[in-house]
Design a protein around this ligand. Structure first.
Ligand code: EPU
Length: 423
């Protein structure tokens, strides 16, 4: 098991950092490569992450040819032959996001069997909105033995109102609707940049998706889709994580090619705290002096609200700001587990249901801690940089799902951090 060891206390990050393609964009994009019956799909700027390997295997499991050229960050998919229609538990249990293959397999094959995703540490994460939407498009859905089976000779366009703007459900339904008969309207759709990226790829494949990035998506079904080429959008959460890292270490970091608009909710909160955030030609510069920062209240919401995927990292920043900050988590019901680990490092916080009060500005001490989920692992590493002494972060399988060479990037910016393998 690998561990990350950080000597913290007087870290001040400085320099420039490069950001990868977005994990949460590339996973649905890979699911979309199942749809074309003609030609190859080439995805570029693909990040080298364990979740990407898992999704590649899900697609390969359908008898589709997938080549990942890691040196070029490029995946080439050829789904032009006959494909299978089963996504087994082996993969879905590893990664919940595999559920987004349900819509594309069903749309293409008229039949799909995908394992039901199991438990998750950050919340219960049901998939009722995915299934309800597919049912309104005429799919017959049954659940048995841990599998979901969906059948529809031909999906039909439908008017779908989503009770909550779920990212995964929007992606699943959008992909299913591309090959349906007639027009599908999805109201209260998710508006994340990753949704826009998926719609862009689908349209390049010949689909007719309108309204991506707004709350109403209109998809007019077409008979077939074809392969194309596409660059994966940049990872706003990785970019945001480095913005927070710079802010909490009184740093001065240029996050190269970061997209201001994608990180607007985070940037506005950083500015409210007193962090200097400026848009430069080559990216976004974040400069701060932690002694001058003020506590804030943050509430996570679907995009364009403050992203839940930045919540844990932002609480690490709150921990170094003098005074009492408040974090309200409205998207997932159990996403404060990192605060329990940070308590081991001397953080004073109280959690009442969806609200955490962070009493920041006290001295933190290094300690052995365990990642509880992907973003928690990043938050603990960031906290380790400002805690006095040695912090050892374990369970890095979470980190490897979403951050490429995180410790190397931080070390290049001046952190005293290394990764060690232990038998
Ligand atoms: N929800 C339902 N029913 C559904 C679907 C969702 O009640 O059918 C609820 C969930 O339980 C949750 C909320 O809606 O409380 C949000 O879930 P959503 O479906 O929007 O999330 P997701 O598609 O499962 C993606 C990201 C997550 C990110 C969320 C929210 C991917 C692969 N994952 O998950 O990313 O937190 O959107 O922005 O895109 C991460 O990267 O660390 C991560 C967890």
């Amino acid at each position: 098991m690998d561990k990350i060891i950080i000597e913290g206390g007087n870290t001040r990050l400085q320099g420039e950092v490069t950001i990868e393609g977005a994990k949460n964009a590339v996973l649905p994009l890979l699911a979309a490569t199942i749809l074309p019956t003609q030609g190859k799909t080439i995805l570029r700027n693909v990040p080298i992450l364990s979740d990407v390997f898992t999704m590649n295997n899900v697609v390969r499991g359908l008898d589709i040819k997938v080549d990942f050229n890691e040196d070029q960050n490029e995946v080439v998919v050829d789904a032009s032959g006959d494909i299978l229609d089963i996504a087994p538990y082996e993969y879905v249990s590893k990664m919940r996001a595999s559920i987004v293959v349900l819509g594309p397999i069903l749309a293409r094959n008229g039949h799909a069997k995908v394992s039901m995703p199991g438990g998750c540490t950050i919340g219960s994460r049901p998939i009722d909105l995915h299934l309800k939407g597919l049912e309104s498009m005429g799919a017959k859905i049954t659940q048995f033995g841990g599998d979901i089976t969906a059948t529809a000779d031909k999906l039909k366009g439908a008017h779908i109102y989503m009770d909550f703007p779920s990212v995964g459900a929007t992606q699943n339904l959008m992909m299913a609707a591309t090959l349906a008969e007639g027009t599908t309207v999805i109201e209260n759709a998710a508006r994340e940049p990753e949704i826009v990226d998926l719609a862009t790829l689908l349209n390049k494949m010949g689909a007719r998706v309108r309204g991506a990035g707004t709350e109403t998506l209109t998809i007019t079904g077409v008979d077939q889709l074809h392969g194309t080429e596409h660059d994966v959008v940049q990872d706003r959460i990785e970019a945001g994580t480095f913005m927070v890292a710079a802010a909490m270490t009184s740093g001065d970091v240029l996050i190269k090619d970061a997209v201001w608009e994608h990180n607007r909710p985070l940037i506005l909160k950083l500015k409210e705290m007193g962090v200097e955030v400026t848009e430069e030609e080559r990216g976004i510069r974040v400069k701060s002096d932690t002694a001058k920062l003020k506590p804030v209240t943050v509430k996570t919401l679907p995009h364009p609200g403050f992203p839940t995927d930045m919540q844990a990292q932002f609480t690490a920043l709150m921990a170094v700001v003098n005074g009492e900050s408040t974090m309200i988590e409205t998207v997932f019901e159990n996403r404060f587990q990192h605060l329990e680990e940070m308590r081991r490092m001397g953080l004073h916080s109280e959690i009442l249901r969806d609200t955490a009060m962070i009493h920041g500005g006290n001295d933190l001490q290094g300690a052995p801690v365990m990642s509880t989920d992907l973003r928690a692992s990043a938050a603990l590493i960031l906290t380790g940089m400002v805690a006095n002494g040695t912090t050892v972060v374990g369970k890095l399988t979470h980190l490897d799902r979403g951050y490429y060479k995180f410790h190397e990037k931080l070390a290049n910016l001046g952190a005293s951090i290394k990764r060690v393998s232990e038998a």
